[in-house]
Ligand binder design. Structure first.
Ligand code: HEC
Ligand code: HEC
Length: 486
């Protein structure tokens, strides 16, 4: 009898013990988690929307932020690695032309991320390697650590605003090649922040468009009383306000679940219990947006042209094309060995909408990238670029002379072949692959097929239904009069 009673008491204690799963879950997201408590001035947002879709911010006026962060592709570009400025069309249909202005010079080396919830205050580090981040030590006057270092302006609202100054300074993404336009010329001379530099010229373009002067006056009534007051800092703040509201996504079934304890189907709930339990996904994908904002090495395969890191010249020696195809990730920012091949933990909000996956878009499907996590090194070793993942490059140009007039020629068939080899070079070199594998910090974790299915159901539950159709963000026209649709 005594033992029975004791057993009964134990059962009651066990039943009353709080479910550790609930403690592991993040708190629900609220307006206060976002800049301006989620409601920036509507006029500022509207100006930002125009700038985001206006090709006037690119050197050759042929590409806007939206080309690579498009509503039709959930704020990404739907491809592993985009082409940047030059080619025409959107997403997987973007193709090079034959004129020097429309040809490919190289692929963009990293996958264009979706921009969901970046207006939440906790996103203080941007880019896959965090190279734009809030300077918590107060070392830089502008308040941000960026590739521009000391030459970075003051007055930027937040990290998102700081980030938006950079695409315009990348020749492949938006500036264009030297000899093609005055912006690219300034960029080639390394004049980004100075008088006549990239940012100054871009502000000049906006000042010359009366509709922008009106929009800036409405958006910044205190700062702008005429064209002369328009600056790229204000433009950046407006773009950030737009991104923060347009891509806010905190109304998924999982959000409902956090708010009410209901809203997940059985599979998704089982997946959540794995994610926040034995599968230990939340050691890195933690917090309300499933990211710790830290950098981790998980042996993600690298494809594409890379970031010219390190001194491995095997590709150059083998092909005669001078290039270094590695991407050191966070290590290229901090120059510390322990950061080599680490990348920022991505937020998983709306992840079911944002294929392909990984910093170079190596995985085409959500299932494939989740399975990579189960045994990263083994997965890296057998990785092959999925058929059709990398869009055909068409004509590729190499520069033969620079100066007032750009001189280019199409690559010969052999050199074009060598150019294409670069896309898979790192993966095909056992020594380079071994370095990525050696940095890996994610232990193998055998999950059954059923468990993987549950995890995928949970990841699906992170989709905000409103994010499935963002076409309402696309303006019909923009102040420059340049075409909005490619
Ligand atoms: C040619 C394509 C392209 C264009 C044009 C482009 N981006 Fe991006 N964007 C990318 C890629 C690729 C990355 C990731 C780069 C990296 O991490 O090194 C990125 C990263 C970002 C990020 C950081 C996201 C994160 O999670 O850290 C933001 C924000 C962003 N872009 C906004 C913009 C804005 C604003 C513009 C226009 C001023 C713009 N982009 C233009 C391709 C593009
Ligand atoms: C050790 C930290 C860590 C753990 C644990 C972890 N991840 Fe990741 N995850 C990452 C990093 C870092 C990346 C991006 C790597 C890159 O791009 O090189 C990533 C990428 C992803 C992506 C692709 C997202 C995108 O937008 O490209 C998904 C999906 C994902 N993780 C799901 C999971 C799931 C599910 C689990 C648990 C089974 C998990 N992760 C466990 C660090 C981790």
């Amino acid at each position: 009898m005594k033992t029975l009673l004791a057993l009964f008491a134990l059962l009651i204690v066990l039943a009353m013990r709080p479910d550790p799963f609930w403690n592991a879950l993040p708190a629900p997201v609220t307006d206060a988690d976002y800049y301006d408590d989620g409601t920036p001035l509507p006029d500022k947002v509207e100006l930002g929307r125009m700038l985001f879709f206006d090709k006037v911010l690119s050197g050759n006026q042929n590409i806007s932020c939206a080309t690579c962060h498009h509503p039709d592709f959930a704020g990404g570009d739907g491809v592993a690695l985009g082409f940047g400025e030059g080619p025409r069309g959107l997403g997987p249909n973007r193709r090079a032309g034959v004129s020097s202005y429309e040809a490919v010079h190289e692929r963009v080396p990293r996958n264009a991320p979706a921009l969901f919830n970046l207006g939440a205050r906790e996103f203080t580090r941007l880019f896959h390697d965090g190279r734009v981040e809030v300077d918590t030590a107060g070392y830089y006057e502008g308040g941000f650590i960026t590739p521009a270092r000391w030459k970075f302006p003051t007055g930027l609202d937040n990290a998102l605003a700081a980030q938006s100054l950079f695409p315009g300074t990348s020749p492949t993404e938006m500036t264009g090649q030297r000899g093609e336009n005055p912006l690219a010329e300034a960029r080639a001379l390394n004049n980004v922040a100075g008088p006549g530099g990239v940012w100054d010229q871009l502000a000049g373009r906006l000042r010359a468009i009366p509709a922008y002067v009106e929009l800036f006056e409405a958006a910044f009534p205190e700062e702008v009383a005429g064209a002369d007051d328009i600056t790229m800092v204000l433009a950046a703040n407006a773009i950030a306000a737009f991104e923060a509201t347009a891509f806010r996504a905190d109304n998924s079934p999982f959000d409902q679940y956090l708010r009410t304890g209901e809203g997940l189907n059985t599979e998704a709930e089982r997946g959540a219990r794995l994610f926040y339990g034995s599968a230990e996904c939340n050691t890195c994908h933690s917090g309300p947006f499933q990211t710790d904002h830290e950098f981790h090495a998980i042996a993600m395969p690298q494809i594409g042209p890379g970031k010219s890191d390190g001194s491995d010249d095997s590709y150059w020696r083998a092909t005669g094309l001078r290039a270094f195809p590695e991407d050191f990730g966070r290590g290229r920012v901090t120059r510390r060995d322990e950061d080599l091949y680490t990348f920022r933990t991505p937020s998983l909000r709306n992840v079911a909408l944002t294929a392909p996956y990984g910093h170079s878009g190596a995985y085409a499907s959500l299932e494939a990238v989740v399975r990579h996590h189960l045994d990263p090194v083994a997965s890296l070793d057998v990785y092959e670029v999925p058929e059709g993942l990398l869009a055909p490059v068409g004509e590729v140009l190499e520069t033969t002379a620079q100066g007032p007039k750009l001189e280019t020629r199409a690559l010969s068939p052999e050199r074009r072949e060598a150019f294409l080899e670069r896309d898979t070079w790192v993966q095909r070199q056992p020594e380079l692959r071994a370095r990525i594998a050696a940095a890996n910090e994610l232990e193998p974790n055998a999950l059954s097929d059923a468990q993987v299915d549950d995890l995928l159901a949970f990841l699906e539950s992170l989709t905000d239904p409103a994010s499935k159709d963002l076409s309402g963000l696309i303006p019909e026209t923009v102040p420059s009069g340049l075409p909005v649709v490619d």
